[in-house]
Write a protein that binds this ligand. Structure first.
Ligand code: CO
Length: 135
């Protein structure tokens, strides 16, 4: 099992348009894509930052995962996504080591990648996304 590299950093914001004025216009990062992810109740912009991306997320309502995060913690870093070579094997090894995963089975992300999350309580307070790229 191998954890390969950081794929992206997820950032929770209240207003995506306003946040992009900072990340895109002030910092100068390129917006690659803007997507609405209905099953997660959010819209997100993907920006490129060298080999790493930023996923800037605005909730579609208060009773959504990102909406609840903003309520509890305010704006800021929400998760770190790491690429793995085999999400099935990595998940099994982590469970054996007593780590809690958020989903029973890996889910398909909007781009076809398979993802799951390590519960922050078993990862020193960090919400870690596991990601196996499509194909
Ligand atoms: Co993510």
């Amino acid at each position: 099992m191998r954890v390969l590299r950081v794929h992206h950093i997820g950032i929770a914001v209240r207003d995506l348009e306003e946040a992009l004025r900072f990340f895109s216009e002030v910092l100068g990062l390129e917006v690659e894509d803007t997507v609405i992810v209905e099953d997660q109740g959010m819209k997100a912009a993907w920006l490129s930052l060298g080999d790493v991306k930023l996923e800037v997320m605005e909730p579609l309502g208060p009773d959504t995962p990102v909406g609840r995060f903003l309520d509890r913690r305010g704006e800021g870093v929400h998760h770190i996504s790491v690429l793995v070579d085999d999400i099935g094997e990595v998940s099994e090894r982590l469970r054996e080591a007593g780590v809690r995963l958020v989903y029973e089975e890996a889910r398909k992300a909007y781009d076809g990648s398979l993802i799951n999350f390590l519960h922050p309580k078993t990862a020193h307070g960090v919400l870690i996304e596991l990601r196996q790229e499509e194909g």
